[in-house]
Design a protein. Structure first.
Length: 138
């Protein structure tokens, strides 16, 4: 059921990415070929750049529309807790915040138990938001 909601959010590609083994030689090669003046990689076949469209094709994440993140310094902890409860279906404790931002540990704890098959769609969407938050934050 959660996968259906993830497809609606067009970010399923990220969830299947998993962990990558880092190729330090490849990263070093790209660093050496990066040109700060033009913000491009100078390769043997010509210049190359990573564009938002590349991200959309590779990960299935929509890159047009409104942004999905915002640091709201005007909202106090009580209002942040209310918003988190509304969007993610759990209310974190005050000690789960650091510098006004929510730590990821309570989200992991919240997601520890899998949802039953007959879960309401709203709760599924709230869980999906938790997973997305972890993916983008982590």
């Amino acid at each position: 059921m959660e996968r259906v909601a993830m497809r609606r959010l067009s970010s399923l590609g990220i969830t299947y990415a998993g962990y990558f083994e880092i190729d330090h030689g490849l990263i070093t090669m790209f660093i050496e070929r990066w040109k700060q003046e033009t913000h491009t990689f100078h390769l043997l076949v010509g210049e190359a750049i990573v564009a938002l469209q590349d991200e959309e094709v590779l990960w299935g994440v929509r890159v047009d529309g409104l942004p999905v993140t915002l640091i709201d310094r005007n909202r106090n902890i009580i209002r942040k807790k209310q918003l988190i409860e509304e969007l993610l279906s759990f209310r974190p404790e005050t000690q789960n915040f650091k510098d006004g931002m929510l730590k990821l540990i309570p989200i992991f704890d919240f997601l520890y138990e899998p949802l039953p098959d007959d879960t309401l769609e709203e709760l599924v969407q709230q869980h999906v938001r938790c997973y997305i938050l972890i993916l983008f934050a982590g």
